[in-house]
Design a protein around this ligand. Structure first.
Ligand SMILES: CC(C)(COP(=O)(O)OP(=O)(O)OC[C@H]1O[C@@H](n2cnc3c(N)ncnc32)[C@H](O)[C@@H]1OP(=O)(O)O)[C@@H](O)C(=O)NCCC(=O)NCCS
Length: 282
């Protein structure tokens, strides 16, 4: 086990001490960065490509999967045991807590801002003496949801593309495409509008191309990254020398292209792509 953990640790680009794993059932993707004093008390760990975990993060979920290009900032805590599934491009602000005692499932492209807390369980009071609260329920956060920051969530389902504004206390399910605020949080979509408006494929292509021009001023590098739509993606994706971004399906094909990390990270958080193929940690 020690040899295997040493090999795992050697793959991690890090600035400080090696991360601590309680198991040898650990699979890390490419170019994972883990900061100082990071501890996994898990039985099984899967971490995708390009994931960055900053200093002083503790993960106590027993079974944890984190998708590609997730960013977990300093001092976050994941109480367990339980199953924690996190999709691609996850963004968790500093000092946040994400519970998995009742199992927690987070989709792709989800952001949770600094100092937020997501709780599935309510346990502390003396049940021998008669405390009535002792529960652990699932938390589900669907794709592209955004918990803006300093929010508190109970065991709810957060609908796709919904938003909880700063300081919300979310005690009820959030419906897809709705915007919530306050304590307890109320639907305030009539005041704020929804997170997304319709953007045509043509507009997305033009905007992505402009962002890539800024990100890759060097012409040979820029020509290795191509924008696609569903109709052009399959053919372009076959070329092993290209990194291809499909603005329609919001997916990428990379063949482990050397520019992959720089481009996908460089576009975050304002443009998100998930792998068209199964991730290397599957
Ligand atoms: C407390 C808890 C067990 C209650 O579950 P429940 O009995 O199913 O009750 P509900 O969640 O349906 O809430 C009942 C009502 O109280 C309100 N409510 C719940 N928590 C609230 C809070 N913190 N502040 C204000 N209102 C709250 C709900 O909005 C709901 O109001 P409504 O009936 O007007 O819609 C559950 O909400 C929970 O687990 N919360 C998180 C626990 C936590 O913080 N744990 C930290 C680690 S111990």
């Amino acid at each position: 086990m020690k040899d295997r953990l040493r090999r795992v640790a050697a793959r991690v680009h890090r600035a400080g001490t090696a991360p601590s794993f309680a198991t040898d059932d650990v699979v890390l993707g490419r170019n994972v960065q883990i900061g100082r004093n990071v501890r996994f008390a898990s039985d099984r760990v899967r971490i995708g490509d390009g994931v960055q975990i900053r200093d002083n993060v503790v993960i106590e979920a027993s079974d944890v999967e984190i998708g590609n290009y997730a960013t977990i900032y300093h001092g976050c805590f994941f109480p367990g045991p339980g199953t924690l599934r996190i999709g691609h491009n996850f963004w968790l602000g500093a000092g946040s807590i994400v519970d998995s005692k009742g199992d927690t499932t987070i989709g792709d492209n989800v952001g949770i801002g600094a100092q937020s807390q997501v709780w599935g369980h309510m346990t502390f009071g003396d049940t021998l003496y008669g405390c009535r609260w002792d529960s652990a329920k699932p938390v589900i956060v669907d794709d592209d949801a955004w918990i803006v920051g300093h929010c508190l969530l109970g065991p709810v389902r957060v609908g796709a593309r919904s938003v909880a504004m700063l300081g919300s206390v979310v005690t009820r399910d959030m419906q897809p495409d709705r915007t919530y605020a306050g304590s307890p949080a109320k639907d305030m979509t009539d005041k704020f509008g929804s997170q997304f408006e319709v953007r045509s494929i043509g507009e997305r292509l033009l905007e992505l191309s402009a962002r890539l021009d800024r990100l890759l001023p060097d012409a040979p590098e820029r020509s290795a990254v191509r924008c696609a739509i569903d109709a052009t993606f399959p053919t372009l994706a076959e070329d092993p020398d290209l990194l291809v971004l499909n603005v329609e399906s919001r997916t990428y094909a990379s063949h482990e292209h050397p520019l992959e990390g720089r481009v996908l990270r460089g576009l975050l958080p304002q443009a998100k792509f998930t792998p068209a193929r199964a991730s290397s940690t599957a």
